[in-house]
Design a protein around this ligand. Sequence first.
Ligand SMILES: NC(=O)c1ccc[n+]([C@@H]2O[C@H](COP(=O)([O-])OP(=O)(O)OC[C@H]3O[C@@H](n4cnc5c(N)ncnc54)[C@H](O)[C@@H]3O)[C@@H](O)[C@H]2O)c1
Ligand SMILES: Nc1nc(=O)c(N)c(NC[C@H](O)[C@H](O)[C@H](O)COP(=O)(O)O)[nH]1
Length: 270
Amino acid sequence: MSEQLTFATPGKDAIEPYLPSTTGGPTPADQKPFVTLTFATSLDSSLSLAPGVRTRLSGPESKAMTHYLRSRHDAILVGVSTLLADDPGLNCRIEGATSQPRPIVVDPHLRWTPSDSDKVLQLSRAAQGLAPFVLTGVAPADVPRESAAVLEAHGGRFIHVDPVPSVSSDGRMRFSWPSILEVLRANGLTSVMVEGGGRIINTLLHPDAQDLIDSVIVTIAPTWLGQGGVVVSPERVQDEEGIPVPAGRLSRVKWHSFGEDVVLCGTFNR
Ligand SMILES: NC(=O)c1ccc[n+]([C@@H]2O[C@H](COP(=O)([O-])OP(=O)(O)OC[C@H]3O[C@@H](n4cnc5c(N)ncnc54)[C@H](O)[C@@H]3O)[C@@H](O)[C@H]2O)c1
Ligand SMILES: Nc1nc(=O)c(N)c(NC[C@H](O)[C@H](O)[C@H](O)COP(=O)(O)O)[nH]1
């Protein structure tokens, strides 16, 4: 049995306006999933001490808040580097949780080889979480059979996503955020919390994509991680005259204290 977290009513009420609705009937099939961008950052905007290094930032109270968020979304999305670095559970460990989020791993080149010892798969075997859906640019016929067998035995699967046609100079495939969300919706998922890491967050915060975000819920820990960390800082944007302009600003902003952390809630112009 893994740890059980509790998250009490004042905290729930504080973040409720930023969560997907639990009323209002079924979501139409063509409606984009509700997107919550949520992560924990240091005072110098770092997610971790270095790429590939698991770094605890959230204190117990804001961690419980994150797990409550997991109970309120159909899916939880991370990039493959986070999966490889953190060996995360990606489940909900809130006391009394009645549902588990579906982990979504964005892994265009199939860097993850699923194995029985991965924590996310251990938890699904113990009925304490769900196995991931892995979004990949690799053609179905080229997915290694052993990997597919391990994932499917746990209830997960590989899902092909068409990459954007222009391959970047380093040859890496990239998915557009609308195509990622379309695939989630086609697989019955109506809400997703995007947890990270840096590349995932920075591409979602790009001005071309940030309109897709319904809520932003950021935990800020009273810590400086120092230089060399994985930093949240979206691509710089300029106006027509080439003058730099802010990459984004939140509205409907509220700040809440959870233990020693603050949690920032906001939206993009809604
Ligand atoms: N503090 C937090 O809340 C938090 C949350 C998550 C991860 N992390 C940390 O972040 C670090 C990992 O971050 P990162 O930036 O190195 O990696 P990441 O987790 O963002 O994964 C990057 C990979 O995901 C894929 N990817 C991302 N966007 C894509 C897109 N649009 N199309 C196709 N593929 C895409 C690519 O394969 C890319 O190499 C780890 O150290 C982890 O511990 C911290
Ligand atoms: N809210 C939050 N606070 C942190 O201090 C931290 N390091 C993460 N990181 C998010 C990332 O997605 C991690 O991989 C999971 O938090 C791993 O934890 P789980 O086993 O899934 O609970 N998230």
